[in-house]
Write a protein that binds this ligand. Structure first.
Ligand SMILES: [Zn+2]
Ligand SMILES: [Zn+2]
Length: 344
């Protein structure tokens, strides 16, 4: 397909604010120098879009997109028809962070796709070629979106923990939303199925899904972290991941961390109250942040996705056509889902 065969206008969801999504028209964007035009096939919903959903935005959201190259700007090589996923951060590729491969810490990023530049809920999205990651021709594109927040962000958080704590024998994950389920799944894949992963949440649906994925559920409606651990035969854990962003969850994670334990904060949100001597110095614990993931992790994670596709795709629990994006968001924010995808 060449550029001239594409129509000039496209219907895009407009996040009007107040939890309302309408449809409006935008021109199909033109790929400039070094850019590709992607026809989006699937985009996963994300908890980080709550602000856009309730407050509204001019930008077309969507930062977990998968699609197919349908037009090339100058100085690009990716063949038309190549399927792939889009990395959130439009990294520069030349700053100190990027040169070392820490593209999630780019010092001169051009955009966060779907936040300050139009993203994947529109039918077409323009991206710089360096943030497009090609996948296998036969891979369903809804499942390819797992490479992004679910596998990428979670896998990176695990690697952050392993920097401090290579001998992980037990894990707790606070929050069984999509990132929490991702940490659970990536722990099973990267650490081995023999390493127990405890997962806390308040929502029955998510706890059941966590259990199906091999996690040990702790229902916070019934038990505290400490009681929940005890019921599964533990008194402490080596590594904790907070995906909830809640002060109480982070504090509860610290309270069950073993000596030399690591708390990795993956979910943005509230703060954390610390008593440095007791919480950090004496037990030699570490607290780390983990933000998205380096672009280079995509190729490693593609290998894991090929190998564990049936297992990982259980995290995707609902799919909606793009016309029903309003219902998709309402359902997703009800809590009774895993990952929700809109397709077009
Ligand atoms: Zn996301
Ligand atoms: Zn950079």
């Amino acid at each position: 397909m060449n550029r001239s065969s594409l129509s000039t206008g496209m219907q895009v969801p407009v996040f009007a604010g107040g939890g309302k999504i309408n449809f409006g028209e935008k021109p199909v964007p033109n790929p400039g120098d070094g850019q590709l035009l992607i026809q989006v096939k699937a985009n996963a919903l994300c908890g980080s879009e709550r602000g856009q959903f309730y407050e509204g935005t001019e930008t077309t959201p969507g930062h977990e997109a998968a699609g197919v190259v349908v037009a090339n700007g100058s100085n690009t090589q990716t063949p038309l028809g190549t399927p792939g996923v889009i990395f959130l951060m439009d990294f520069c590729g030349t700053c100190r962070s990027c040169k070392l491969g820490f593209t999630q810490q780019c010092l001169a990023k051009r955009a966060d796709m779907g936040f300050n530049q139009d993203g994947g809920y529109g039918p077409y999205e323009v991206v710089h070629e360096n943030i497009f990651f090609p996948v296998d021709a036969g891979m369903p594109l809804a499942e390819a979106t797992l490479l992004l927040d679910v596998m990428g962000t979670s896998g990176h958080a695990l690697q952050r923990a392993k920097l401090i704590r290579p001998d992980i024998e037990s894990v707790i994950v606070a929050g069984a939303g999509p990132i929490g389920l991702g940490v659970l799944a990536m722990s099973r894949i990267l650490l081995g199925e023999e390493i127990p992963v405890l997962v806390t949440d308040f929502v029955d649906y998510r706890l059941k899904l966590a259990e199906r994925l091999g996690g040990l559920p702790i229902d916070l409606k019934q038990h505290s972290f400490v009681e929940g651990l005890r019921r599964h035969g533990f008194t402490s854990v080596d590594v904790a991941f907070d995906t909830s962003g809640k002060t109480a969850a982070r504090r509860a994670c610290l309270d069950v961390l073993a000596q030399r334990g690591v708390l990795v904060c993956v979910g943005h949100g509230e703060g954390l109250d610390l008593t440095v001597s007791q919480d950090l110095i004496a037990p030699e614990r570490a607290i780390l942040g983990s933000e998205y993931f380096p672009y280079r992790d995509l190729s490693m994670n593609l290998g894991y996705l090929r190998q564990h596709r049936a297992y990982l795709s259980q995290i995707i629990t609902h799919r909606f056509p793009i016309q029903e994006i309003q219902a998709a968001f309402e359902f997703f924010f009800s809590g009774n889902t895993g990952k929700v995808i809109v397709e077009q």
